[in-house]
Design a protein around this ligand. Structure first.
Ligand code: HEM
Length: 131
């Protein structure tokens, strides 16, 4: 019998890696003058948790995000926030810093490349304003 393919989630260290990634990402968001004002709540903890659950699910981990939130419909959920090129770039800068903070023993170059490619594509698809 062939073994099921290992998911990206498992290959990069599972829950602990996604926890570290989103924690660092929200540390960056918290001090970013462009994107921080878009987040409606003072406490970024719940937003961090939603992001972590979403990313875990996307990369083959637990499906808690959809159990709690239903279909992601991310473009629709971002519609209340004005996201132009400036916001996209600021968000990406936070995410790239977070990805860079994961050591190479935990995430090898190939997995890192896949993750970077994904976040660049996803951030571009969230833009909903020309400016
Ligand atoms: C939610 C901003 C891109 C995933 C949010 C929220 C803001 C925001 C203000 C509301 C915070 C909250 O959950 O309370 C932005 C900006 C982006 C961006 C400025 C720039 C491009 C992305 C991308 C992804 C993503 C690329 C996925 C890869 C999420 C998720 C939520 C969220 C999962 C929670 C949705 C829910 O309510 O279940 N974002 N976002 N965001 N964002 Fe983004």
């Amino acid at each position: 019998m062939t073994e099921p393919q290992q998911t990206f989630y498992d290959a990069v260290g599972g829950a602990e890696t996604f926890r570290a990634l989103t924690a660092r990402f929200y540390e960056e968001i918290a001090r970013d003058e462009v994107v921080r004002p878009l987040y409606p709540e003072e406490d970024l903890g719940p937003a961090e948790r939603r992001m972590r659950m979403f990313l875990e699910q996307y990369w083959g981990g637990p499906r808690t995000y959809s159990d709690e939130r239903g279909h992601p419909r991310l473009r629709l959920r971002h519609a209340p926030f004005r996201i132009g090129p400036l916001e996209r770039d600021a968000w990406l800068r936070c995410m790239m810093t977070a990805i860079a903070s994961i050591d190479s023993a935990t995430m090898d170059d190939e997995h890192r490349r896949l993750l970077v490619e994904y976040v660049e594509m996803a951030a571009a698809s969230m833009v909903n304003s020309p400016l």
